[in-house]
Design a protein around this ligand. Sequence first.
Ligand code: ACO
Length: 329
Amino acid sequence: MTQQTRKLRSVVKGVGSALPRRCVTNRELESQVDTSDAWIVQRTGITQRYIAGEGETTASLGTEAARMAMARAGCGPEDIDLIICATSTPDLTFPSVATMIQAELGVRGGVAFDLQAVCAGFVFAVATADKFLISGSHKRALVIGAETFSRILDWKDRTTCVLFGDGAGALVLEAQEGEGTNADRGVLAARLRSDGRYKSKLYVDGGPSTTGTAGCVRMEGKEVFRFAVGHVTDVMVDSFADTGLTVEDLNWFVPHQANQRIIDASAQKLGIAPQKVVKTVQLHGNTSAASIPLALNVACEDGRIKPGDLVMIEAIGGGFTWGAALIRW
Ligand code: ACO
């Protein structure tokens, strides 16, 4: 008889999301920049995005998403001892968005910090929270992806401004003892990568230590596309290898929602059936670190993702940074 070793797992207890009040369609953008609904849909799949208005910030959206996730997890401020917020668009250079959210939620204990890995931020945050939880040092984590990319866009640059949107999503992860098998609920594997040589392909042309301004997103779209399709599947293959699970075992693939063509090409490369792919890029645009938890929330609310399902999250972002995680829901 094989002896299994019991093991702490980071189990999803609740999911939540938040979007700004204002929805901006492709048609509306046609009156602002030289673009067309047909071009945007054909090249990206995006039909609309949400844009933050007065009083709506990364911290306010992150707080709203966190509240929803906590309510669904049935936990209060006293239950949370770790908050990680993935963002590249903080309200202020410091303090962190995570500490602002901590204060708003009334969480008085534990630790809160931001994590910056651009569009891969949420996967990096899940992997980081998992390390804390499975070490036994912390019990319950809020993992948030929150962004207001609309505030770092050059609204005269049609090659970038049509692609992005604002929003936030959150998960409550709780340390629970499992059997140490792939049947356990929780994060089963996570693989992260970075390669700083690609800075010029996707970056923001400002910052506190250079221009003293927030700057705007600059991107060589074709290069990002090529790298994404070429490399992001590596971390997915590695995550499967870590567990011995395969694409056949997967119930849902929830990739970063940057572009429908990147999503389709990645799924196809790994042989993931189209009906297992969760796509929300058409509704939200690219919301960077918020895109995966926003998509998770949609797929949980509409009943697709259920407890026990095997879910793969995956993302690539500026740096480049990229990663994947396999989660038994
Ligand atoms: N509306 C109309 N025409 C446009 C627009 C627009 N919004 N933007 C560019 N064009 C034009 C270009 O000027 C070009 O015209 P030309 O042929 O006369 O020169 C033509 O459309 C084709 O442009 P390409 O850049 O070749 O278009 P492509 O098919 O590569 O699509 C896109 C561009 C959508 C940006 C694509 O390259 C892409 O999706 N790349 C990946 C981007 C991405 O996912 N970024 C996020 C990464 S995650 C993160 O960390 C932020």
